[in-house]
Design a protein around this ligand. Structure first.
Ligand SMILES: Cc1cc2nc3c(=O)[nH]c(=O)nc-3n(C[C@H](O)[C@H](O)[C@H](O)COP(=O)(O)OP(=O)(O)OC[C@H]3O[C@@H](n4cnc5c(N)ncnc54)[C@H](O)[C@@H]3O)c2cc1C
Length: 429
Protein backbone atom coordinates (compact mmCIF):
# COMPACT_ATOMS: atom_id res chain seq x y z
CA UNK A 1 0.00 0.00 0.00
CA UNK A 2 1.31 3.46 -0.84
CA UNK A 3 0.94 6.12 1.82
CA UNK A 4 -1.67 8.75 1.16
CA UNK A 5 -0.47 12.23 0.29
CA UNK A 6 -0.86 14.60 3.24
CA UNK A 7 -2.80 17.78 2.58
CA UNK A 8 -2.93 20.40 5.29
CA UNK A 9 -5.67 23.03 4.97
CA UNK A 10 -5.23 26.21 7.01
CA UNK A 11 -8.63 27.73 7.74
CA UNK A 12 -12.09 26.19 7.65
CA UNK A 13 -14.11 29.06 6.23
CA UNK A 14 -16.04 28.86 2.96
CA UNK A 15 -12.89 27.91 1.06
CA UNK A 16 -11.32 25.47 3.53
CA UNK A 17 -14.50 23.63 4.40
CA UNK A 18 -15.55 23.17 0.77
CA UNK A 19 -12.10 21.91 -0.09
CA UNK A 20 -12.26 19.46 2.81
CA UNK A 21 -15.61 18.22 1.54
CA UNK A 22 -14.65 17.74 -2.08
CA UNK A 23 -11.13 16.33 -1.78
CA UNK A 24 -10.82 12.62 -2.43
CA UNK A 25 -10.47 11.01 1.00
CA UNK A 26 -9.19 7.76 -0.49
CA UNK A 27 -6.32 9.58 -2.09
CA UNK A 28 -5.38 12.16 0.54
CA UNK A 29 -4.94 12.34 4.27
CA UNK A 30 -6.46 15.67 5.13
CA UNK A 31 -5.79 17.82 8.17
CA UNK A 32 -7.93 20.90 8.66
CA UNK A 33 -6.41 23.46 11.02
CA UNK A 34 -8.44 26.38 12.31
CA UNK A 35 -8.05 28.65 15.33
CA UNK A 36 -11.77 28.21 16.06
CA UNK A 37 -13.38 24.81 16.47
CA UNK A 38 -16.32 25.86 14.31
CA UNK A 39 -17.13 27.13 10.84
CA UNK A 40 -19.00 30.40 10.87
CA UNK A 41 -21.04 32.48 8.47
CA UNK A 42 -19.69 36.06 8.25
CA UNK A 43 -22.57 37.51 6.16
CA UNK A 44 -24.77 37.27 9.26
CA UNK A 45 -22.27 38.58 11.82
CA UNK A 46 -24.06 41.91 11.80
CA UNK A 47 -27.18 40.13 13.07
CA UNK A 48 -25.20 38.83 16.04
CA UNK A 49 -23.96 42.37 16.67
CA UNK A 50 -27.49 43.74 16.62
CA UNK A 51 -29.07 40.96 18.71
CA UNK A 52 -31.01 39.35 15.86
CA UNK A 53 -29.21 36.01 16.06
CA UNK A 54 -27.01 34.11 18.46
CA UNK A 55 -23.50 33.01 17.36
CA UNK A 56 -24.56 29.37 17.68
CA UNK A 57 -27.30 29.92 15.06
CA UNK A 58 -24.74 30.57 12.34
CA UNK A 59 -21.85 28.35 13.41
CA UNK A 60 -21.14 24.71 12.86
CA UNK A 61 -18.57 22.61 14.81
CA UNK A 62 -15.87 21.19 12.55
CA UNK A 63 -15.83 17.87 14.34
CA UNK A 64 -19.51 17.33 13.62
CA UNK A 65 -19.03 18.23 9.98
CA UNK A 66 -16.05 15.89 9.67
CA UNK A 67 -17.99 13.09 11.34
CA UNK A 68 -20.75 13.63 8.77
CA UNK A 69 -18.15 13.22 6.03
CA UNK A 70 -17.40 10.00 7.88
CA UNK A 71 -14.05 9.03 6.44
CA UNK A 72 -10.76 7.95 7.91
CA UNK A 73 -7.76 10.12 7.25
CA UNK A 74 -9.68 13.32 7.85
CA UNK A 75 -8.94 15.26 11.00
CA UNK A 76 -9.43 18.64 12.60
CA UNK A 77 -6.71 20.31 14.67
CA UNK A 78 -7.40 23.45 16.65
CA UNK A 79 -4.55 25.94 16.36
CA UNK A 80 -3.43 29.30 15.10
CA UNK A 81 -0.92 28.70 12.32
CA UNK A 82 1.83 31.27 12.72
CA UNK A 83 4.73 29.82 10.73
CA UNK A 84 5.07 28.08 7.39
CA UNK A 85 8.42 26.35 6.87
CA UNK A 86 8.66 25.65 3.16
CA UNK A 87 11.92 23.69 3.34
CA UNK A 88 10.80 21.26 6.02
CA UNK A 89 7.26 21.33 4.59
CA UNK A 90 5.59 21.98 7.92
CA UNK A 91 3.31 24.49 9.57
CA UNK A 92 3.50 25.46 13.21
CA UNK A 93 0.71 26.43 15.57
CA UNK A 94 0.96 27.39 19.24
CA UNK A 95 0.40 23.72 20.03
CA UNK A 96 2.22 21.60 17.47
CA UNK A 97 4.08 21.19 14.20
CA UNK A 98 2.20 19.58 11.32
CA UNK A 99 3.95 18.17 8.26
CA UNK A 100 2.45 18.42 4.81
CA UNK A 101 3.03 17.21 1.28
CA UNK A 102 0.69 19.88 -0.03
CA UNK A 103 -0.47 22.97 1.84
CA UNK A 104 -3.60 24.95 1.07
CA UNK A 105 -3.90 28.37 2.70
CA UNK A 106 -7.56 29.31 3.19
CA UNK A 107 -7.09 31.67 6.13
CA UNK A 108 -9.15 34.56 4.78
CA UNK A 109 -8.66 38.11 5.94
CA UNK A 110 -8.56 40.13 9.11
CA UNK A 111 -9.33 43.76 9.93
CA UNK A 112 -7.16 46.35 8.25
CA UNK A 113 -6.47 49.38 10.41
CA UNK A 114 -4.12 50.87 7.82
CA UNK A 115 -1.27 51.03 10.31
CA UNK A 116 -3.19 53.11 12.85
CA UNK A 117 -2.45 51.53 16.26
CA UNK A 118 -5.05 53.65 18.08
CA UNK A 119 -7.81 52.07 16.07
CA UNK A 120 -6.81 48.54 17.09
CA UNK A 121 -7.51 49.27 20.73
CA UNK A 122 -10.44 51.63 20.42
CA UNK A 123 -12.76 50.51 17.66
CA UNK A 124 -15.19 47.63 17.50
CA UNK A 125 -14.99 45.16 14.63
CA UNK A 126 -17.03 42.35 13.13
CA UNK A 127 -14.59 39.92 11.52
CA UNK A 128 -15.51 37.01 13.77
CA UNK A 129 -18.44 35.75 15.82
CA UNK A 130 -16.55 36.78 18.97
CA UNK A 131 -16.00 40.33 17.68
CA UNK A 132 -19.66 40.62 16.67
CA UNK A 133 -20.74 39.39 20.12
CA UNK A 134 -18.59 42.05 21.64
CA UNK A 135 -20.34 44.71 19.54
CA UNK A 136 -23.70 43.42 20.76
CA UNK A 137 -22.57 43.63 24.39
CA UNK A 138 -21.33 47.16 23.97
CA UNK A 139 -24.52 48.38 22.27
CA UNK A 140 -26.71 46.78 24.96
CA UNK A 141 -24.48 48.05 27.75
CA UNK A 142 -24.81 51.58 26.38
CA UNK A 143 -28.59 51.34 26.12
CA UNK A 144 -28.86 50.12 29.71
CA UNK A 145 -26.58 52.84 31.05
CA UNK A 146 -28.34 55.54 29.04
CA UNK A 147 -31.62 54.46 30.60
CA UNK A 148 -30.06 55.09 34.02
CA UNK A 149 -29.52 58.80 33.48
CA UNK A 150 -33.03 60.23 32.93
CA UNK A 151 -32.00 63.73 34.06
CA UNK A 152 -28.87 64.01 31.98
CA UNK A 153 -29.76 64.20 28.27
CA UNK A 154 -26.21 65.13 27.31
CA UNK A 155 -24.81 62.00 28.96
CA UNK A 156 -27.49 59.89 27.26
CA UNK A 157 -26.60 61.29 23.86
CA UNK A 158 -22.90 60.69 24.43
CA UNK A 159 -23.52 57.10 25.49
CA UNK A 160 -25.61 56.54 22.39
CA UNK A 161 -23.29 58.13 19.83
CA UNK A 162 -22.54 55.37 17.33
CA UNK A 163 -20.35 55.84 14.29
CA UNK A 164 -19.94 53.14 11.64
CA UNK A 165 -16.86 53.60 9.47
CA UNK A 166 -17.11 52.08 5.98
CA UNK A 167 -20.13 52.08 3.70
CA UNK A 168 -19.63 48.61 2.21
CA UNK A 169 -22.23 45.86 2.77
CA UNK A 170 -21.17 45.22 6.39
CA UNK A 171 -21.24 48.92 7.33
CA UNK A 172 -24.59 49.46 5.64
CA UNK A 173 -26.08 46.36 7.28
CA UNK A 174 -24.98 47.16 10.83
CA UNK A 175 -25.91 50.84 10.51
CA UNK A 176 -29.36 49.79 9.26
CA UNK A 177 -29.72 47.29 12.12
CA UNK A 178 -28.95 49.97 14.74
CA UNK A 179 -31.39 52.23 12.88
CA UNK A 180 -34.09 49.58 13.29
CA UNK A 181 -33.29 49.31 16.97
CA UNK A 182 -33.80 53.05 17.24
CA UNK A 183 -37.00 52.95 15.24
CA UNK A 184 -38.76 49.87 16.57
CA UNK A 185 -37.30 48.88 19.93
CA UNK A 186 -36.12 51.96 21.75
CA UNK A 187 -39.47 53.56 22.47
CA UNK A 188 -41.10 50.30 23.52
CA UNK A 189 -38.40 48.87 25.72
CA UNK A 190 -36.36 51.83 26.91
CA UNK A 191 -38.96 54.40 27.98
CA UNK A 192 -36.27 56.54 29.65
CA UNK A 193 -34.54 57.17 26.31
CA UNK A 194 -35.81 59.49 23.58
CA UNK A 195 -35.16 58.25 20.07
CA UNK A 196 -33.30 61.51 19.26
CA UNK A 197 -30.78 60.55 21.97
CA UNK A 198 -29.45 57.78 19.77
CA UNK A 199 -27.39 58.94 16.82
CA UNK A 200 -25.95 56.72 14.09
CA UNK A 201 -23.50 58.21 11.67
CA UNK A 202 -22.17 56.22 8.73
CA UNK A 203 -18.88 57.50 7.32
CA UNK A 204 -17.89 56.49 3.81
CA UNK A 205 -14.74 57.68 2.09
CA UNK A 206 -16.07 57.52 -1.48
CA UNK A 207 -19.11 59.24 -2.95
CA UNK A 208 -21.51 56.31 -2.52
CA UNK A 209 -22.36 53.41 -0.22
CA UNK A 210 -22.16 49.81 -1.47
CA UNK A 211 -19.34 50.73 -3.84
CA UNK A 212 -19.01 47.29 -5.48
CA UNK A 213 -22.73 47.19 -6.37
CA UNK A 214 -24.62 49.10 -9.09
CA UNK A 215 -25.18 52.88 -8.69
CA UNK A 216 -28.91 52.11 -8.51
CA UNK A 217 -28.35 49.79 -5.52
CA UNK A 218 -26.21 52.48 -3.84
CA UNK A 219 -28.89 55.12 -4.26
CA UNK A 220 -31.62 52.90 -2.91
CA UNK A 221 -29.53 51.78 0.06
CA UNK A 222 -28.80 55.44 0.83
CA UNK A 223 -32.50 56.20 0.84
CA UNK A 224 -33.28 53.20 3.06
CA UNK A 225 -30.59 54.24 5.52
CA UNK A 226 -32.03 57.73 5.70
CA UNK A 227 -35.49 56.23 6.33
CA UNK A 228 -33.96 54.45 9.31
CA UNK A 229 -32.55 57.76 10.60
CA UNK A 230 -28.94 56.92 9.80
CA UNK A 231 -26.90 60.06 9.13
CA UNK A 232 -24.83 59.04 6.10
CA UNK A 233 -21.80 61.20 5.38
CA UNK A 234 -20.12 60.48 2.05
CA UNK A 235 -16.60 61.47 1.01
CA UNK A 236 -15.44 61.43 4.66
CA UNK A 237 -12.19 59.73 5.60
CA UNK A 238 -11.22 59.04 9.19
CA UNK A 239 -7.80 60.32 10.15
CA UNK A 240 -7.63 59.62 13.90
CA UNK A 241 -9.84 58.40 16.72
CA UNK A 242 -8.64 59.52 20.12
CA UNK A 243 -10.41 60.20 23.45
CA UNK A 244 -13.79 59.53 21.85
CA UNK A 245 -13.20 62.11 19.13
CA UNK A 246 -12.95 61.21 15.46
CA UNK A 247 -10.92 63.62 13.38
CA UNK A 248 -11.65 63.44 9.69
CA UNK A 249 -9.18 64.13 6.87
CA UNK A 250 -10.94 67.45 6.21
CA UNK A 251 -10.15 68.55 9.80
CA UNK A 252 -13.71 68.30 11.14
CA UNK A 253 -14.44 66.27 14.27
CA UNK A 254 -17.21 63.98 15.51
CA UNK A 255 -17.78 62.85 19.10
CA UNK A 256 -18.35 59.08 19.19
CA UNK A 257 -18.13 56.72 22.12
CA UNK A 258 -18.61 53.63 20.00
CA UNK A 259 -16.96 53.30 16.61
CA UNK A 260 -17.68 50.22 14.49
CA UNK A 261 -14.87 49.72 12.02
CA UNK A 262 -15.83 48.01 8.77
CA UNK A 263 -13.51 49.98 6.52
CA UNK A 264 -11.04 47.41 5.30
CA UNK A 265 -9.55 43.95 5.36
CA UNK A 266 -6.12 42.50 4.80
CA UNK A 267 -4.92 38.92 4.39
CA UNK A 268 -3.99 36.95 7.50
CA UNK A 269 -0.26 37.10 8.22
CA UNK A 270 2.23 34.22 8.43
CA UNK A 271 5.92 33.96 9.16
CA UNK A 272 7.81 32.20 6.37
CA UNK A 273 10.88 30.09 6.93
CA UNK A 274 13.19 28.70 4.27
CA UNK A 275 12.19 31.33 1.72
CA UNK A 276 12.16 35.08 1.28
CA UNK A 277 8.65 34.87 -0.20
CA UNK A 278 6.21 37.60 0.87
CA UNK A 279 2.52 37.92 -0.07
CA UNK A 280 1.51 40.79 -2.36
CA UNK A 281 -0.97 43.63 -2.29
CA UNK A 282 -3.53 43.40 0.52
CA UNK A 283 -1.38 40.63 2.03
CA UNK A 284 -2.91 38.23 -0.50
CA UNK A 285 -1.07 35.32 -2.12
CA UNK A 286 -0.82 35.74 -5.85
CA UNK A 287 -1.94 32.48 -7.45
CA UNK A 288 -2.12 31.15 -10.98
CA UNK A 289 -5.38 30.01 -12.57
CA UNK A 290 -5.13 26.74 -10.63
CA UNK A 291 -4.74 28.44 -7.24
CA UNK A 292 -1.03 27.51 -7.03
CA UNK A 293 0.87 30.20 -5.14
CA UNK A 294 3.32 31.81 -7.54
CA UNK A 295 6.89 31.38 -6.30
CA UNK A 296 6.21 28.52 -3.88
CA UNK A 297 6.08 24.79 -4.46
CA UNK A 298 3.21 22.57 -3.32
CA UNK A 299 1.47 25.54 -1.72
CA UNK A 300 -1.96 26.72 -2.81
CA UNK A 301 -4.16 29.58 -1.69
CA UNK A 302 -7.94 29.77 -2.02
CA UNK A 303 -10.61 32.31 -1.10
CA UNK A 304 -10.15 35.81 0.28
CA UNK A 305 -6.44 35.36 0.87
CA UNK A 306 -5.78 34.36 -2.75
CA UNK A 307 -5.30 36.88 -5.51
CA UNK A 308 -5.87 35.42 -8.97
CA UNK A 309 -5.22 38.14 -11.52
CA UNK A 310 -7.12 37.71 -14.79
CA UNK A 311 -8.13 40.07 -17.59
CA UNK A 312 -11.58 40.38 -16.08
CA UNK A 313 -10.32 40.72 -12.50
CA UNK A 314 -7.04 42.65 -12.64
CA UNK A 315 -7.09 43.12 -8.86
CA UNK A 316 -8.12 39.54 -8.12
CA UNK A 317 -11.62 38.22 -7.50
CA UNK A 318 -13.93 40.05 -5.11
CA UNK A 319 -13.43 38.90 -1.52
CA UNK A 320 -16.81 37.19 -1.27
CA UNK A 321 -18.13 33.78 -0.37
CA UNK A 322 -18.80 32.61 -3.94
CA UNK A 323 -15.25 32.96 -5.32
CA UNK A 324 -13.99 31.11 -2.22
CA UNK A 325 -16.47 28.25 -2.68
CA UNK A 326 -15.96 27.97 -6.43
CA UNK A 327 -12.15 28.10 -6.19
CA UNK A 328 -12.19 25.40 -3.50
CA UNK A 329 -14.27 23.08 -5.69
CA UNK A 330 -12.07 23.76 -8.69
CA UNK A 331 -8.88 23.03 -6.76
CA UNK A 332 -10.36 19.89 -5.21
CA UNK A 333 -11.12 18.60 -8.70
CA UNK A 334 -7.61 19.44 -9.96
CA UNK A 335 -5.96 17.72 -6.99
CA UNK A 336 -8.26 14.69 -7.11
CA UNK A 337 -7.69 14.08 -10.81
CA UNK A 338 -4.21 15.58 -11.08
CA UNK A 339 -5.31 17.66 -14.05
CA UNK A 340 -4.05 21.20 -14.24
CA UNK A 341 -5.03 22.35 -17.71
CA UNK A 342 -8.49 23.81 -17.03
CA UNK A 343 -8.22 27.36 -15.69
CA UNK A 344 -10.56 28.55 -12.95
CA UNK A 345 -13.41 30.73 -14.21
CA UNK A 346 -15.48 32.61 -11.67
CA UNK A 347 -19.26 32.50 -12.20
CA UNK A 348 -20.59 35.70 -10.68
CA UNK A 349 -24.05 35.04 -9.25
CA UNK A 350 -24.63 38.68 -8.33
CA UNK A 351 -24.61 40.49 -5.02
CA UNK A 352 -27.09 41.69 -2.46
CA UNK A 353 -27.24 43.69 0.75
CA UNK A 354 -29.95 44.32 3.27
CA UNK A 355 -30.54 47.54 5.17
CA UNK A 356 -33.50 46.48 7.27
CA UNK A 357 -36.97 45.02 7.35
CA UNK A 358 -38.35 44.95 3.78
CA UNK A 359 -35.37 47.04 2.70
CA UNK A 360 -32.75 45.32 0.57
CA UNK A 361 -31.06 45.62 -2.80
CA UNK A 362 -29.86 42.92 -5.16
CA UNK A 363 -27.94 43.01 -8.45
CA UNK A 364 -28.43 39.63 -10.10
CA UNK A 365 -25.98 38.22 -12.65
CA UNK A 366 -28.53 38.43 -15.48
CA UNK A 367 -28.68 42.22 -15.13
CA UNK A 368 -31.91 42.10 -13.11
CA UNK A 369 -32.03 44.50 -10.20
CA UNK A 370 -34.29 43.92 -7.18
CA UNK A 371 -35.17 46.28 -4.37
CA UNK A 372 -37.39 46.60 -1.31
CA UNK A 373 -39.47 43.71 -0.01
CA UNK A 374 -38.78 41.43 -2.97
CA UNK A 375 -35.02 41.84 -2.63
CA UNK A 376 -35.32 41.35 1.12
CA UNK A 377 -37.09 38.00 0.73
CA UNK A 378 -34.54 36.97 -1.91
CA UNK A 379 -31.75 37.97 0.50
CA UNK A 380 -33.28 35.90 3.31
CA UNK A 381 -33.77 32.88 1.04
CA UNK A 382 -30.18 32.96 -0.27
CA UNK A 383 -28.74 33.28 3.23
CA UNK A 384 -30.93 30.53 4.64
CA UNK A 385 -30.00 28.00 1.97
CA UNK A 386 -26.31 28.90 2.32
CA UNK A 387 -26.24 28.26 6.06
CA UNK A 388 -24.70 25.00 7.17
CA UNK A 389 -26.92 22.59 9.12
CA UNK A 390 -30.68 22.04 9.17
CA UNK A 391 -30.95 23.05 12.83
CA UNK A 392 -29.26 26.37 12.04
CA UNK A 393 -31.52 26.99 9.07
CA UNK A 394 -34.65 26.31 11.13
CA UNK A 395 -33.51 28.39 14.12
CA UNK A 396 -32.61 31.33 11.93
CA UNK A 397 -35.92 31.07 10.05
CA UNK A 398 -37.90 30.98 13.31
CA UNK A 399 -35.96 33.98 14.63
CA UNK A 400 -36.62 35.95 11.46
CA UNK A 401 -40.33 35.11 11.33
CA UNK A 402 -40.64 35.99 15.01
CA UNK A 403 -38.84 39.30 14.54
CA UNK A 404 -40.94 40.07 11.47
CA UNK A 405 -44.24 39.80 13.32
CA UNK A 406 -43.13 41.22 16.67
CA UNK A 407 -40.88 44.01 15.36
CA UNK A 408 -38.41 42.88 17.96
CA UNK A 409 -35.49 40.61 18.61
CA UNK A 410 -35.37 38.60 21.78
CA UNK A 411 -31.63 37.96 21.91
CA UNK A 412 -30.59 41.01 23.83
CA UNK A 413 -28.60 39.37 26.59
CA UNK A 414 -25.57 41.34 27.66
CA UNK A 415 -22.72 38.83 28.00
CA UNK A 416 -19.65 40.41 29.51
CA UNK A 417 -16.49 39.36 27.72
CA UNK A 418 -12.83 40.20 27.68
CA UNK A 419 -10.28 41.83 25.36
CA UNK A 420 -9.88 45.28 23.89
CA UNK A 421 -11.28 47.86 24.22
CA UNK A 422 -11.07 47.26 27.98
CA UNK A 423 -14.27 47.90 29.88
CA UNK A 424 -13.49 48.07 33.59
CA UNK A 425 -17.15 48.19 34.45
CA UNK A 426 -17.34 44.62 33.12
CA UNK A 427 -14.68 43.57 35.60
CA UNK A 428 -11.87 43.50 33.05
CA UNK A 429 -8.36 44.32 34.19
C1 LIG B 1 -19.06 40.92 8.44
C2 LIG B 1 -18.89 40.29 7.10
C3 LIG B 1 -19.96 40.24 6.21
C4 LIG B 1 -19.82 39.63 4.96
N1 LIG B 1 -20.90 39.57 4.12
C5 LIG B 1 -20.80 38.90 2.95
C6 LIG B 1 -21.92 38.71 2.11
O1 LIG B 1 -23.01 39.20 2.40
N2 LIG B 1 -21.76 38.00 0.96
C7 LIG B 1 -20.55 37.45 0.61
O2 LIG B 1 -20.46 36.78 -0.42
N3 LIG B 1 -19.48 37.63 1.38
C8 LIG B 1 -19.56 38.33 2.54
N4 LIG B 1 -18.47 38.48 3.33
C9 LIG B 1 -17.19 37.98 2.84
C10 LIG B 1 -17.10 36.48 3.04
O3 LIG B 1 -17.39 36.16 4.36
C11 LIG B 1 -15.70 36.04 2.67
O4 LIG B 1 -15.46 36.38 1.34
C12 LIG B 1 -15.53 34.55 2.84
O5 LIG B 1 -15.75 34.22 4.19
C13 LIG B 1 -14.16 34.12 2.42
O6 LIG B 1 -13.99 32.77 2.69
P1 LIG B 1 -12.55 32.22 3.12
O7 LIG B 1 -12.74 30.77 3.34
O8 LIG B 1 -11.53 32.70 2.17
O9 LIG B 1 -12.24 32.94 4.51
P2 LIG B 1 -13.04 32.88 5.87
O10 LIG B 1 -14.45 32.50 5.67
O11 LIG B 1 -12.74 34.18 6.53
O12 LIG B 1 -12.35 31.71 6.68
C14 LIG B 1 -11.05 31.79 7.16
C15 LIG B 1 -10.88 30.74 8.25
O13 LIG B 1 -9.51 30.66 8.55
C16 LIG B 1 -9.32 30.65 9.95
N5 LIG B 1 -7.99 31.21 10.17
C17 LIG B 1 -7.54 32.42 9.83
N6 LIG B 1 -6.24 32.55 10.10
C18 LIG B 1 -5.85 31.39 10.65
C19 LIG B 1 -4.61 30.91 11.15
N7 LIG B 1 -3.50 31.65 11.15
N8 LIG B 1 -4.57 29.67 11.67
C20 LIG B 1 -5.70 28.89 11.71
N9 LIG B 1 -6.89 29.30 11.24
C21 LIG B 1 -6.97 30.53 10.70
C22 LIG B 1 -10.47 31.47 10.49
O14 LIG B 1 -10.77 31.13 11.82
C23 LIG B 1 -11.60 31.10 9.52
O15 LIG B 1 -12.32 29.99 9.98
C24 LIG B 1 -18.57 39.09 4.58
C25 LIG B 1 -17.50 39.14 5.46
C26 LIG B 1 -17.66 39.73 6.71
C27 LIG B 1 -16.49 39.76 7.66
Amino acid sequence: MTAKERIVIVGGGFAGLNLTKYLDKDRFEITLVDRNNFHSFPPLFYQIASGGLDPGNISFPFRRELRKLGTEGLSYHMGDVHTIDVLRKEVRTQFETIEYDKLVICAGTTNNFFGNPELIKNVFTMKSAAEATRCRNEILDRLERASLCPDDPQRRRRLLSFVVVGGGPTGVEIAGAIGELKRYILQREYPGINSEDLQIILLEGTDRVLGPMSPQASEEALKYLKDLMVDVRLGKLLETYRDNVITLKDGSTIYAEMVLWTAGVTGETFLFEGTDYRPGRGNRFEVDEQNRVKGLTDIFAVGDIACMITDKYPKGHPQLAQPAIQQARHLAHALNTDTWDKPFVYKDKGSMATVGRNLAVADLNNGVHLKGTFAWFAWMFVHLISLLGMRNKLTVLINWVWAYFTYSTSLRMLLHSTKFPLRHRWGER
